[in-house]
Every structure is written in structure tokens, then in C-alpha cells.
Design a protein around this ligand. Structure first.
Ligand code: GLP
Length: 264
């Protein structure tokens, strides 16, 4: 596990974009796992800038988004379909049929739909690089606390904290979806490489538990301790509660000297 501590959100976004752009250039047919939320917005902006400069081609990549609210059609302004279109896909050249986002409009046969989503990830060769944010309660995707660490894509009831955190995006609390379709923790752990981005003091407790706490279903992101290639890219504020910051800096220096490819 690598912990990269940057000064602020801008630097986190730039570092995430640098690694992601490098991965796309190294493998133009890369399969990406993508996330929504405010955290990856800066990363998407930086990738769009590379694309605008003629520096980054997305025509060969495939993408799978982590999650979608149940009950929201793609046209809903708070749907993750809409978020991805507005903030990323409408600005770059990912072919439409290479984009996969769980369908929030399904009604019934959820298990079969989710099993199909898993099969399409496998058929694409699996996710090479997964981008993650983290919820204040330590969730990744919408894997709320107590999600099985072996979980797969499924219908998930949202926790009270997540509903609290997101309801201001909706006209009234009643309109805030109560469930989502989300990749599971087991699904995420199968991706070949994970980049988790976090910024701000509100994430400090979740980040510390994820990196230094026990592996527990109470903090979904702690499952990443079992993944062989995870990089946390976090700012000073999000790193606030980590007890081993100096050690992480030392690890990073040594990585830059001995295995710089892990940071490229
Ligand atoms: C949502 C998403 C997560 C995201 C989290 C944090 O719950 N399902 O994928 O990581 O929010 O969001 P933000 O980045 O806005 O803090």
C-alpha cells in the first residue's frame, strides 16, 4: 500500500491524473473503473485538459462505473449517468458502447442484472485500474458499513449517513434514493490496481481507519489492505489522523528510487 500525501485538492487531482494518463498511454485499451462524487472532479478536469491538448486518446479504453442510484433515469440531474456525461464523457472521446454504468431504472430481477454487470466486467478482461473516493463512513462505491468484504455487484440499501450527506442534492429528502446498485468490495478487490483519492478534514477519520485500522466490514475501505497494488492519494487535511505519516513519506522516497514504476 502506497500513501501519497499532497498539499491540497489540486495536487491530489493532478497526481491522480498523471498516473491515470500514464496508464492509458501505456495501455490504450485499458479497462478503467470510474467513480463519482466531488472528489474525482479535479481528476476528470485534468484528464479533459490533457485530451484538449491532444495529449490523451480515450478511443480504445473501456470503463465501468462503480454505482448508480436506484430509481434515477440517466436524464435525472443527480444520476451518476448524468454526472459522468456532464463532467467527463461529453468532453472526451470514449466510444459510447465502451461506457458501462449500472442502470438505476431496472425494476425486479436485480440479482440477474447485477450478475450481468459482473459478467461484462469479466468479458472486458477485468478492471485494470479502479478509481475510488471514500465516504465519511469509510464506504467505497456504495458499500456501506457492514457490507461483506466478499460482496459482488448488487442492490444495496443506503445508510442514514450517506442519505444525510447527499440529500441536499435533491429537492426534498423524500426524493433522495434509498438504495443503489453498486459494485461489491469483492469486485473492487479484483481490479489490478486501485487509486483512492481523498481530500479534506471530513475524510480524515475514514482514511485513517482504512489505512491503519483493523480490516473490518464496518469500514469497507479497510478491505483495500488486502489488495496488492493500492495507492492512496490524499491531501494534508485528509491525512490529518494518520499516525505514520513520516513512514509513508520514507516509503515513497524509497519507491521513487527503487521501484518508480509503481508510481508511474
Ligand atoms: C458517494 C459515492 C462514492 C464516493 C462518495 C464520496 O457515496 N458512491 O463513490 O466516493 O460518495 O463522495 P465525495 O467525493 O463527494 O466526498
Amino acid at each position: 500500500m502506497l500513501v501519497v500525501i499532497k498539499r491540497d485538492y489540486e495536487e491530489v487531482s493532478r497526481e491522480g491524473a498523471r498516473i491515470l494518463a500514464g496508464a492509458i498511454r501505456a495501455n490504450p485499451k485499458i479497462v478503467l473503473g470510474l467513480a463519482t462524487g466531488s472528489t474525482p472532479l479535479g481528476l476528470y478536469r485534468a484528464l479533459i485538459a490533457f485530451h484538449d491538448d491532444g495529449d490523451l486518446d480515450f478511443s480504445g479504453i473501456k470503463s465501468f462505473n462503480l454505482d448508480e442510484y436506484l430509481g434515477l433515469p440517466p436524464s435525472h440531474p443527480q444520476s451518476f449517468h448524468h454526472f459522468m456525461a456532464q463532467n467527463f464523457f461529453s468532453h472526451v472521446n470514449v466510444p459510447r458502447d465502451h461506457i458501462h454504468i449500472p442502470d438505476g431504472t431496472i425494476t425486479g430481477d436485480y440479482d440477474e442484472y447485477c450478475a450481468r454487470y459482473e459478467r461484462s466486467i469479466k468479458a472486458a478482461g477485468g478492471i485494470d485500474l479502479q478509481i475510488l473516493g471514500i465516504g465519511r463512513n469509510g464506504h467505497i462505491g456504495f458499500n456501506e458499513p457492514t457490507s461483506s468484504l466478499a460482496s459482488r455487484t448488487r442492490l444495496k440499501a443506503l445508510s442514514r449517513e450517506t442519505i444525510e450527506d447527499n440529500r441536499h442534492f435533491f429537492a426534498s429528502t423524500g426524493q433522495m434514493p434509498k438504495c443503489a446498485i453498486t459494485m461489491g468490495i469483492g469486485t473492487i478487490l479484483e481490479s489490478r490496481r486501485v487509486l483512492l483519492l481523498a481530500s479534506g478534514r471530513s475524510k480524515a477519520a475514514a482514511v485513517a481507519k482504512a489505512i491503519e485500522g483493523p480490516i473490518t466490514s464496518s469500514v469497507s475501505a479497510s478491505a483495500l489492505q488486502m489488495h496488492p497494488d493500492v495507492t492512496f492519494i490524499i491531501d494534508e487535511e485528509a491525512a490529518y489522523s494518520l499516525t505514520q505519516r513520516d513512514y509513508y513519506r520514507h516509503v515513497l522516497e524509497m519507491t521513487q528510487i527503487f521501484t518508480p514504476e509503481r508510481l508511474s
